[in-house]
Write a protein that binds this ligand. Structure first.
Ligand code: ADP
Ligand code: MG
Length: 695
């Protein structure tokens, strides 16, 4: 056995470990819960808890925690040790089924969006046996769902699991119409994760990076990403060592870390795992982000997950590759060799097209954040307009369906390299379109609007739910049909005519697309403040209630939390800018002016009639910039003060969008101008050039 196969999953209470350690009957019952969604009782949980504890102790654990995903983008944990007093003097290590199944963290300090007053602090965590427990830092981590005392959902896992059940049920219904008896359908996800690595010492000198995760100031460096020499470039030794350690830690946690490469921007990289079911993929993505940060520190590096850490340089996203599969392993988005004749594939494809068109708003909202607003539409990420790319082959299939013409197929051609020693091979039937926000990539859809710092839960809650709705409508219409095949083809044709406006195979980054999309009536929700209020439209509340994803109160609370996050993030950024400008940038400018003035005076005293136009002009220029900088500081200060006067979160968010952000940009403009005109020794912080080429 190689080292890698030996360490893989070593810290996970996975299926192999359960099979080995649990009594046969217990394993069988637990397995039925995991694979078939059956209920689990306390007696079984007691046995599992005890075995799990022994396994954890064997692997060095002393504590356990219910690991959950509150409405922040990170995970939460509260550690308890296994110790329990025994007799008068000693202890034993104990862990009961009750402790495994239910936890009771004080919930008052987690975001609830007004769902729970702080005096009603009780919250519950409930074991999710479908995602395996694991050991991290000598602590047994038990994946759990999190809800309030009154039963309202306060986390991201519960709705994700609900949405998986919803789409599963509807897909099973649909497959029955195709004559297939399938007991379970799940969705699968492979999230590609982008990130930046910078030197830790330099990072610590940047208050903006430390406090907000992104640079709030910084003049453009002489060399950025224009030479395009970083993408897929040779990985530098320090980064390579980091990636190796990261892989190892992730493998131990059972994360299928697979592909790594340099990304487009300098200091930017990507990691993609092999896909898994959506629940596990979400937990693993959270763990991946945590490990990325932790391992970086061990290498004297800092991993930046912010969506737009550097102006003028590509930001980081997360590509959410998504598909639907039966428990027999059939990928329902696999077109097979003849998509035109594959009615089942076309039905599922059409359900996705309909869902995306009808719920553009929800997909946009699922990626909305202050950070991601800087990225969407900035010539590097898809715009805030949602559209679907299908590729040449599927386009011609759908054209044929719509026009009622026969389809002769798109032959795959040979790729001739023109060199004898190189092999010829079959080309793919369609090229890629990297600019599309929702691209069909052979046997799955790739949603590319997600920001790198977000949990992938929201996006997948939305995709699962909206496709569940489309499948449900299809099944309602087709169940009881006397001539299923004809009716199904007619339904596909009808749906296509209605929703084809969402299909766009061209360049999504082009300015013309914005105009064209508007003509087509597609939504363009530029900022979080524009997008989030639509979350609680009646149409959306109805959808969520129909599939038991969120209650009305939960929808409203989530809306509130998203807006609050947006406002809080911008307030923190604005305050950090003020502090840096007052404490570091303005003094740098005045100190340089002082040095120039003193130098010029000394020079004049020493030599009569000596020329001093360089100093004089520079002093004038710098003084002007300093004046503008100071004015911008005063403006921003006033605007922050007025923020609290806005009554509700929506008004505050709009105020941030319309007043605060432009004032922050103005302040940055002068600070960056100053940075570009100042002597190196007066620079208040490491420059972009230093940060981006430091590793
Ligand atoms: P890209 O060309 O977009 O960079 P990568 O190979 O880096 O592609 O990533 C593709 C991702 O899609 C991987 O995480 C892969 O496991 C995932 N993927 C492949 N098939 C499926 C599927 N059926 N469902 C979900 N994700 C999938
Ligand atoms: Mg990709």
């Amino acid at each position: 056995m190689s080292k890698t196969t030996e360490i893989f999953g070593i810290n996970v209470f996975n299926d192999a470990t359960m099979r080995e350690r649990l009594p046969k009957d217990t394993y069988k019952i637990l397995n039925a819960t995991i694979k078939k969604g059956k209920d689990l009782d306390l007696a079984v949980a007691n046995v599992v808890a005890n075995v799990m504890k022994d396994w954890a102790i064997d692997h060095g654990a002393t504590h356990y925690t219910h690991w959950f995903q509150p409405m922040t983008d990170i995970t939460a944990e509260k550690h308890d040790s296994f110790i329990s007093p025994k007799d008068d003097s000693g202890i034993i290590m104990e862990f009961s089924g009750k402790e495994l199944i239910k936890g009771e963290p004080d919930a008052s300090s987690f975001p609830s969006g007004g769902l729970r007053a702080t005096f009603e602090a009780r919250g519950y965590t409930a074991w999710d046996p479908t995602s395996p427990a694991f050991i991290k830092d000598n602590t047994l981590c038990i994946p759990t769902a999190f809800c309030s005392y009154s039963g309202e959902v306060l986390d991201k896992k519960t709705p994700l699991l609900r949405s998986t059940e919803a789409i599963g049920e509807q897909a099973v219904r649909m497959l029955r119409l195709f004559g297939k008896r399938i007991s379970r359908v799940v969705t699968t996800v492979g999230p590609e994760q982008e990130y930046f690595l910078v030197d830790k010492e330099l990072y610590e000198k940047r208050k903006d990076l430390v406090v907000t995760g992104r640079t709030l100031f910084g003049a453009a460096p002489p060399k950025g990403q224009e030479l395009e020499d970083h993408y897929f470039g040779a990985i530098k030794p320090r980064v390579s060592e980091y990636m190796r350690d990261l892989d190892e830690e992730l493998w131990k946690l059972g994360v299928l870390a697979k592909t790594e490469h340099n990304e487009a921007a300098p200091a930017q990289h990507e990691l993609a795992p092999i896909y898994s079911n959506t629940n596990i993929a979400t937990d693993h993505n959270q763990l991946t982000m945590e490990m990325m940060k932790k391992i970086a520190l061990q290498h004297g590096l800092v991993c930046i997950l912010h969506e737009k850490p550097f102006n003028g340089v590509n930001g980081s996203g997360k590509h959410n590759n998504w598909s639907i599969s039966t428990d027999k392993g059939e990928n329902l988005l696999d077109p097979g060799s003849s998509p035109y004749d594959n009615l089942q594939f076309l039905t599922f494809l059409m359900a996705v097209i309909k869902a995306v068109d009808e719920h553009q708003d929800l997909l946009r909202i699922s990626v909305a954040s202050a950070g991601n607003d800087h990225r969407l539409g900035a010539n590097e990420a898809p715009p805030a307009i949602v559209s679907i790319f299908l590729g040449d082959e599927l386009e011609s299939v759908l054209d044929a369906i719509e026009s009622g013409k026969s389809f002769s197929g798109v032959a795959s051609s040979e790729m001739k390299t023109g060199v004898h020693v190189l092999p010829d091979f079959k080309k793919d039937k369609t090229d890629r379109n990297r600019t599309s926000p929702f691209a069909f990539t052979g046997n799955k859809f790739e949603f590319r609007m997600l920001g790198s710092a977000s949990s992938i839960a929201e996006t997948n809650i939305i995709i699962n739910t909206i496709v569940a709705e489309a499948l449900c409508e299809f099944a309602d219409e087709l169940e009881g049909s006397e001539n299923f095949e004809d009716d199904c083809r007619a339904l596909i044709k009808k749906t296509l005519s209605k929703h084809k406006k969402i299909i766009f195979n061209g360049n999504n980054y082009a300015a013309e697309w914005v105009e064209e999309a508007e003509k087509r009536g597609l939504l363009n929700l530029r900022t979080t403040a524009d997008a989030v209020p639509l979350f609680k439209s009646e149409k959306n509340i109805e959808l969520f209630e129909k599939f038991n994803i969120f209650k009305r109160s939960e929808v409203c609370s989530r809306c509130e939390i998203m807006l609050e996050n947006y406002v809080k993030t911008l307030r923190i950024e604005a305050l950090t800018m003020l502090e840096m400008a007052m404490q570091e940038i303005l003094p740098a400018g005045t100190n340089y002016v002082k040095e120039l003035s003193e130098g010029a005076t000394l020079k004049a005293a020493f030599v009569d009639d000596i020329s001093d136009s360089a100093e004089v002009n520079l002093i004038k220029e710098l003084s002007k910039i300093n004046d503008s900088l100071y004015a911008a500081i005063s403006d921003l200060k006033k605007l922050i003060g007025a923020l609290d006067k806005a009554e509700d979160a929506q008004t505050q968010a709009e105020y941030c969008r319309d007043s605060l952000l432009p004032a922050m940009e103005a302040l940055r403009y002068y600070a960056d101008k100053l940075e570009a005109s100042i002597a190196k020794k007066f620079l208040p912080y490491p420059t972009y050039g230093e940060l981006l080429f430091s590793v």
